[in-house]
Design a binder for this molecule. Structure first.
Ligand code: MCN
Length: 787
């Protein structure tokens, strides 16, 4: 069996020896360079654009504005997952046009596209473009976006409110708070961040006049979805004449599932100039022009009885969406965030209100966890605060409130039914691996000594993945995207190609899908290659996001392999002149048990293609296409334990110990699960301690435009992580798998926040907003001293 075995990642030899092929590595003859002139204003009218001087720069091939794009018939992005407000007021869906038209709405918005023979010529010409702006009042602070005295940023709207939804039972929740023995309350922000993948966004676009076809090589997570958007909404060109290739992608983290204006623009420009056109984002450009994430401002509270049993949670959130709505941006806070607020706890009632708002900032899209880290941050901050205020140990309060293993399937107040989990198993396993009791002893000793302070934080989570198409449709998604695909081709030589509709940009699909296919076909893993990311080679699929690939494409691989194995067995039985049931398969050999009679997969494949001696009625070849739409959602879960050391003199926080227990159902590959957890934790810790897209609210300018200002975590910022696993198989799919790709991030924000606050509770600190930089922690300590 390969499933469950620690198979080393098959793709890593290529990556580790520098043989990956990324967009910027692809060379086409005659390629020219695109550069974007971007808005320096958070909000301004464009009075005039003068490109006379710019167009005289030697080597310039084209200079294009929003008007040119409009005249050429390019379209706008559309919202694929609209959110309907509870007041049923239809508010305009303000989405982005390819280049700013009439006015700019955020610093970094593309205004002019320059195409030139060389990057130098394009940069020089971009500097010569003269744009006359009339600055307008702006708002960059999400918490104030609905105040009376702030500008409304879209002329078509009456306020900056995009949607206002609520869920749960408001009256019952209020009653629970009135009757509660204890109420804990916090106001917290979830800082705006961006992905900064190792490979920045990169595009190479080419138009072929002979076929009237476009090819786009792009660092992206969902090539078919991008192609569909290009065909229908932005480029508006027949779908069968567009090919999108996402080759090796050096990290996406949700940011590269967003469609950005540069993609259709470069394709369009390649037709205008008659040459392939390239653009690779710089780091600073990425920090203002890539989609961003999180950006919540939340007032929340939790009601408990005298025994520390949770009676209700209530949250009221303003979710920043940036200047424009994106495909999924609004649904992240409206659907993914709100539905995750209950976590692993039994609570009789709950209420959540979310208002999505526009501000003069880059548009919001997914980032690892998308909505779920935000929810768990709210929930687990409240649980830890309540525990301390009521004098209950952090583990004990969870033990008292957890849904018990035997109570699953379990329906929570927002009407969702969790499939399987074992929260107490997570709690105990995690505490042992972490050394919880020993660390508490160490904390006591350090407290009495003064100096560095040790803090311990706990956070557990539930992660809902694999929304079936019918559920997505009922939620109002226009492109439901619940299912995915896989095709398997056994070639005449017996070698195997798996084509999957998902896309791997670091997740290791080339290994984990090969493991599934090998087991379900009954053949050795080294005969299998996995192909993803080319819309001309691979059948339609929705790409990779929301930790959905294994429970959709992964299952489709198993289904296709099962069908093919049946066909192979029939051919083998026919060749061995026995019944199908007499044949078993192992390691690529079909044999009749108890005899020495066998044929190999190579023999069977040759026969399948030769076609001379196939069972009556059987079609030749060995190809199988399969689709999988989950029967139900599945719910991964886990627990994070974090210990930090805080220096009260400087406010510096160091992560001292970090333990995760991950339950992603049946594990395909434990090495990959660990790797996914490591990367996820690093990103969560990064957000909690240092990463921040900051704006000067007085000038509207972004303050984090370089890596000197936007702090990314480095290896030195982490201790070795301990990752343990627990398996509660998902009942809704034949592999028993749940999602794993985001679990490391989902619990990390709250675990780190809780640890830092735990270290500083003796000083009277109840909450510190993320990122908990030394300056912010120090200021909190100083403020507490003066109270
Ligand atoms: N897996 C497993 N056993 C399970 C479940 C999953 O072995 N029970 C394996 C899978 O087969 C796969 C990996 O774990 O190789 C992740 O699987 P899955 O949970 O299905 O998630 P996806 O493949 O759909 O990946 C998406 C997820 C998301 S949403 C983001 S964002 C993210 C992430 O994965 N971005 C990443 N991990 C990333 N890792 C890297 N290196 N780079 C990114 O951009």
């Amino acid at each position: 069996m390969y499933v469950g075995a620690p198979v080393k990642r098959l793709e890593d030899r290529r990556f580790l020896t520098g043989r990956g092929s990324f967009v910027d590595d692809i060379v086409l003859p005659g390629t020219v360079q695109a550069i974007f002139v971007r808005s320096p204003h958070p909000h301004a009218k464009i009075k005039q654009i003068n490109s006379d001087r710019a167009s005289k720069v030697p080597g310039v091939l084209g200079i294009y504005t929003g008007k040119d794009c409009e005249e050429a018939g390019l379209g706008r992005f559309v919202v694929w997952s609209p959110v309907h407000s509870r007041d049923n007021v239809a508010r305009p869906e303000e989405t982005q046009f390819m280049l700013a038209l009439g006015k700019v709405l955020y610093v970094g918005e593309p205004v002019v596209l320059v195409v030139a023979e060389t990057k130098y010529a394009a940069l020089t010409a971009a500097d010569e473009v003269e744009i006359d702006y009339e600055p307008l009042p702006f708002i960059t602070d999400t918490s104030k976006a609905l105040d009376d005295d702030v500008p409304v940023i879209h002329d078509s709207m009456e306020s900056n409110l995009v949607f206002d939804i609520d869920m749960g039972d408001k009256a019952a929740t209020e009653a629970a708070f009135s009757a509660a023995a204890h109420v804990t309350e916090i106001t917290l922000t979830n800082n705006r961040i961006t992905a900064n993948p190792m490979e920045p966004r990169a595009i190479l676009a080419s138009y072929d006049p002979a076929s009237d076809g476009f090819t786009l090589w792009v660092s992206h997570q969902a090539p078919h979805m991008l192609k569909r958007d290009l065909a229908q909404n932005t480029l508006k060109h027949p779908e069968h004449k567009i090919r999108v290739v996402s080759p090796d992608v050096g990290g996406g983290f949700g940011m590269k599932v967003a469609n950005h204006p540069e993609e259709p623009l470069l394709l369009w420009a390649s037709r205008r100039v008659g040459r392939p056109v390239r653009w690779t984002s710089t780091r600073s450009e990425g920090l203002i022009a890539d989609s961003q994430a999180r950006d919540h401002w939340t007032k929340c509270k939790m009601a408990l009885d005298e025994n520390g049993k949770i009676l209700a949670i209530s949250a009221d959130t303003l979710a920043g969406l940036g200047a424009f709505q994106t495909r999924m941006g609004a649904s992240i806070p409206a659907h993914f965030y709100s539905r995750s607020l209950i976590g692993l706890y039994k609570m009789p009632t709950a209420y959540c209100r979310v208002r999505g708002v526009h501000t003069n900032t880059p548009p919001i899209q997914a980032y690892r966890g998308a909505g779920r880290p935000e929810a768990i941050y709210v929930l687990e901050s409240l649980v830890d605060n309540a525990a301390v205020e009521m004098g209950i140990d952090l583990r004990e309060i969870r033990r008292r409130n957890f849904i018990l293993k035997e109570e699953f399937p379990y329906k929570v107040p927002f009407g969702i039914t969790y499939d399987t989990a074992d929260p107490i198993g997570l709690l105990d396993k995690g505490a042992d691996l972490f050394g919880y009791d020993q660390l508490r002893e160490k904390q006591k000793a350090m407290r009495s000594e003064g100096g560095l302070q040790l803090g311990i934080g706990v956070a557990c989570f539930i992660d809902c993945v694999g929304t079936p198409s019918k559920v997505a449709a009922a939620m109002g998604r226009k492109i439901v995207g619940g299912w995915d695909s896989a095709a398997i081709r056994i070639l005449p030589s017996g070698k195997i190609t798996v084509l999957a509709g998902s896309h791997s940009h670091g997740q290791g699909h080339a290994t984990s899908y090969a493991q599934i296919a090998a087991d379900w076909l009954g053949c050795p893993i080294d005969t299998i290659d996995v192909v993803e990311g080319d819309t001309d080679r691979v059948q339609f699929g929705h790409g990779t996001w929301g930790s959905r690939s294994t429970i959709t494409s992964g299952i489709a691989v198993a289904k296709a392999a099962q069908q093919l194995q049946l066909k192979c067995r029939k051919i083998a039985a026919h060749m061995l002149e026995c019944s199908d049931d007499d044949v078993t398969v192992e390691n690529g050999v079909f044999h009749i048990p108890g005899t020495d009679r066998n044929v190999t997969l190579e023999d069977v494949a040759q026969m399948a293609y030769q076609g001379g001696n196939l069972p009556p009625g059987m079609e030749p070849s060995l190809e199988q296409l399969s689709f999988h739409d989950p029967a139900d959602r599945s719910f991964a879960s886990g627990i994070h334990y974090c210990a930090v050391l805080v220096d009260p003199q400087t406010g510096r926080v160091k992560v001292h110990k970090y333990t995760v227990i991950d339950d992603c159902g049946t594990i395909i590959n434990p090495i990959i699960i660990k790797g996914q957890a490591h990367g996820g934790i690093a990103q969560g810790v990064g957000q909690a301690l240092m990463e921040d897209c900051t704006f000067d609210h007085a000038s509207g300018q972004p303050l984090s435009g370089t890596f000197m200002d936007y702090a990314m975590p480095r290896a030195i910022d982490f201790p070795p992580f301990d990752v343990g696993v627990q398996e509660t198989p998902a009942p809704s799919n034949p592999l028993g798998v749940k999602g794993a790709g985001e679990s490391g991030t989902i619990g990390a924000l709250a675990a780190v926040r809780n640890a830092v606050v735990d270290a500083l509770r003796p000083q009277g600190i109840k909450h510190i907003d993320m990122p908990m930089t030394p300056a912010r922690v120090w200021a909190a300590i100083e403020a507490a001293k003066t109270k």
